[in-house]
Design a protein around this ligand. Structure first.
Ligand code: ARG
Length: 465
């Protein structure tokens, strides 16, 4: 048991209490952030004359040594320390002796842990943003390649009207683009430095909080010391944004699973991204898509869990807040993993274009267009609707698509039909005619693709505008 606060205690902590309280098993992931924050802190303390230049140099050298040794595996972060802060400080004192004992001047673990968590999350937001960008690039490629790949668009999971694969991918592009905007937004709002807030009420030392904030790349210092140590809003926002990413990935996964089913056969998941069955030799399962869909629950649960943890906490720091770490770390790992795997699966997935187009035709997705044809030839819409209803019934009985009827068969139901009906109800015409911005028609789609491409090329990095 290595702890920083033995002074006023006359008895050893019970081992179970110690274990229950300790956070080293998960906050050891913050060693880089903890050391970076400490280096900034002592740099500021020396500038303010609170430490001598020599003390600052000794401390920084010691901290850099710890960082190097942990990175190289010479120094192991073991569970004999209560938390990462104790690990770093104890090791520093072991290395450099008395000057090491001055590191914690004008600081509390409350503002220290708030800083570590912010530094860690800030980097993770950048990584999430990059992974979203990678996914958008794959979606943009699929959009460019498939402005004439026809498929059914669905409502109620019933074939409704023809669209293109480009249009379908474009819907997901919009969703993941909004997800990126949310990352940017959270980053901007959370990018203020809590260090210097002390335990809750600042310190009596003449700290230069603006300077520390600047050294660590923050916009500035946080403005209320109580809020600084007890604000977990940015984590809740991040969990909410990650829940939305997972919701999008889960909907997309559900579609991939349906498209990959024997009944649909719209897509073939690459062998590298599928798994087999131990008993049924014919099976090729969409496990990755199913796992992504399944893991969505964990991320939602983390959001609800942290909201619940925070709801009854009086100001300022309370130990309940330590619960944020495992939840947020797991949710970040999960979301990053799912984004990476999903992007790889999508990038390598094969599309069965003839199946998709056939499915659109045989689902009468062009029935609205056949009715529009009649309307354009002077038939009132309500009558046209009835006539096309008869055509559909006829086709269902004969198990054919509308464009597989002969002209005689068309004319037997309505003499208004002419040879040009085939052109009018071809998938190409049905889609091309839908050319208002946002619709699947090629000209509209090409405009949208140009906008999205410009967005991906011009985009500044999160936090760098
Ligand atoms: N492990 C703690 C946390 O994650 C660090 C802060 C501890 N502060 C304290 N006064 N016990 O929240």
């Amino acid at each position: 048991m290595a702890q920083l606060w033995g002074g006023r205690f006359t008895k050893e902590t019970d081992q179970l209490v110690y274990n229950f309280n300790a956070s080293i098993s998960f906050d050891k992931r913050f060693y880089k952030q903890d050391i970076r924050g400490s280096i900034a802190h002592v740099t500021m303390l020396a500038k303010q004359g609170i430490l001598t230049v020599k003390e600052k140099e000794q401390i920084i050298e010691g901290l850099e040594g710890i960082l190097r040794d942990v990175d190289n595996g010479f120094l192991e972060i073991t569970e004999e320390y209560e938390d990462i802060h104790s690990f770093v400080e104890s090791n520093l004192i072991d290395r450099i002796g008395d000057p090491g004992k001055k590191l914690h001047t004008g600081r509390s673990r409350n503002d220290q842990v708030a800083l570590d968590m912010k530094l860690y999350t800030r980097d993770e937001i950048l990584e999430l943003d990059e992974l979203l960008k990678d996914l958008l690039k794959v979606l943009l490629r699929l959009m460019k390649e498939n402005t004439e790949s026809y498929m059914p668009g669905f409502t109620h999971l019933q074939k409704a009207q023809p669209i293109t694969l480009a249009h379908h991918m474009g819907a997901y592009f919009e969703m993941f683009k909004r997800d990126r905007l949310r990352m940017k937004d959270i980053y901007k709002r959370m990018n203020y430095c809590p260090l210097g807030a002390g335990a809750l009420a600042g310190t009596t030392y003449p700290l230069d909080r603006e300077y520390t904030a600047e050294l660590l790349g923050f916009i500035g210092p946080t403005l209320n010391s109580m809020d600084s140590v007890s604000d977990r809003d940015y984590l809740i926002e991040l969990l909410s944004a990650m829940s939305t990413i997972m919701m999008h990935l889960s909907r997309f996964s559900e579609e991939v699973i349906i498209w990959n089913s024997n009944e649909y056969q719209f897509v073939e998941i690459d062998d590298a991204y599928s798994t087999g069955s131990s008993i049924m030799p014919q099976k090729k399962n969409p496990d990755i898509a199913e796992l992504v869909r399944g893991k969505t629950g964990r991320v939602y649960a983390a959001l609800l869990s942290l909201l619940t943890t925070m709801k009854g906490i009086p100001l300022a720091y309370n130990k309940d807040m330590q619960e944020d770490k495992e939840l947020v770390l797991d949710a970040i790992d999960t979301t990053k993993g799912c984004l990476t795997l999903f992007t790889g699966m999508l990038d390598t997935m094969g599309f069965n274009y003839s199946r998709m187009e056939d499915s659109a035709k045989h689902g009468f997705t062009n029935a609205t267009d056949a009715a529009d044809y009649l309307v354009n030839h002077g038939v009132p819409f309500r009558d046209a609707h009835g006539i096309v209803g008869q055509l559909v019934l006829y086709c269902i009985e004969k198990n054919i698509a509308l464009d597989e009827m002969s002209l005689e068969e068309f004319q037997a139901i309505s003499p208004v039909f002419e040879e040009d009906i085939y052109e009018a109800i071809s998938m190409k015409t049905c889609v091309e005619m839908r050319s208002t911005i946002g619709a699947p028609g090629r000209t509209a789609m090409e405009k949208v693709i140009a906008v999205q491409e410009a967005y991906l090329n011009a985009e500044t990095e999160v936090g760098k505008e």
